[in-house]
Design a protein around this ligand. Sequence first.
Ligand SMILES: [Zn+2]
Length: 112
Amino acid sequence: MKVIQVRATYKVESESRAGKYYSVTLEHLHCDCPHFMVRLKKTGGECKHIKAAREFIAAKRSPKNNKILDFIREQGEVDVITLIDRFDEATVNELIRKGDIMERNGKISSMD
Ligand SMILES: [Zn+2]
């Protein structure tokens, strides 16, 4: 699905109506498509536009960041020293700053 980012909002094109875009925000989970407004808003579910916005963000991450994130997901929790040895400190710090991973007592875990 086509996704256009406008600051914190993602415009996601409708699958059934080309040229029609829905507005998605992820901070306050919201989409203005009928499926979300009528049903999912109440249940906290995610429509396909919200999922498309999440995929768009994941695809934007650099391959290097993805490698680190995949490694952490595989391991569950990784010692911070191991991670810095294996990858590099700047990238690990960047991921912590962006909130993709977190450090607690010398252990790194993924935020997803
Ligand atoms: Zn939607």
